[in-house]
Ligand binder design. Structure first.
Ligand code: 2AM
Length: 180
């Protein structure tokens, strides 16, 4: 199954992000219940590997920490693929990311070596937005890129299974790990 680890967002944060999305004239917005901050994407894994990972994550001890947003951004350059809310650099988050990646590797999960850019995806544009869509997104970013968003405490993260359905992607929480 396709799995990932993500930090939970408090309801007021998801609600604020959804209000921001409402003004976006282009792209496919991420449903409010699907908004999350990916800590590690694990890819396709079998149940045995995930069970081993779960056992190790359950034993992880880490303190909660505060996070804040630092504006909006897009991945994909001239042909944007994703609009996201950027998460301001936080050493405790980087450290937690590093630790869970280490734990996953020790559990036999080959996590790809990608730079960790913490973000919450707000909308998707397929393989790349067409020029007119990209221009409307740029305008949205100019107008709303600095919109204030509430900070929040990271108090835990979850192991999620991601499944594709005709109606869209669905995330199911498999296990939750509290911080502190
Ligand atoms: P994204 O939101 O930036 O696309 C579940 O798919 C989560 O894992 C998403 O938040 C997604 O990030 C993240 N992710 C990271 N690498 C991924 C990959 N190679 N394929 C799919 N999702 C990935």
């Amino acid at each position: 199954m396709r799995a990932f680890l993500a930090i939970d967002l408090p309801e007021e944060v998801s609600a604020a992000l959804t209000r921001l999305q409402a003004g976006l004239p282009v792209g496919r917005p991420v449903a409010e219940e699907n908004l999350h901050l990916t800590l590690a994407f694990l890819g396709d894994q079998d149940e045995v590997a995930l069970e081993g990972l779960h056992y190790e994550l359950d034993a992880l001890r880490a303190a909660p920490f505060a996070l804040r947003f630092s504006g909006l951004g897009a991945f994909g350059g001239d042909r944007p693929r994703i609009l996201f809310a950027d998460v301001a650099p936080e050493p405790a988050l980087t450290d937690l990311h590093r630790r869970v990646i280490g734990i996953a590797r020790r559990a036999g999960i080959a996590v790809p070596r990608e730079r960790f850019h913490p973000h919450v995806t707000l909308a998707r544009f397929g393989n790349g937005a067409a020029p007119d869509v990209a221009a409307r997104l740029r305008r949205f970013l100019t107008e709303h890129g600095d919109a204030p968003l509430p900070g929040f405490g990271a108090t835990g993260f979850g192991l999620y299974e991601s499944t594709l359905h005709p109606s869209g992607v669905r995330y199911e929480l498999l296990a939750r790990y509290a911080l502190g």
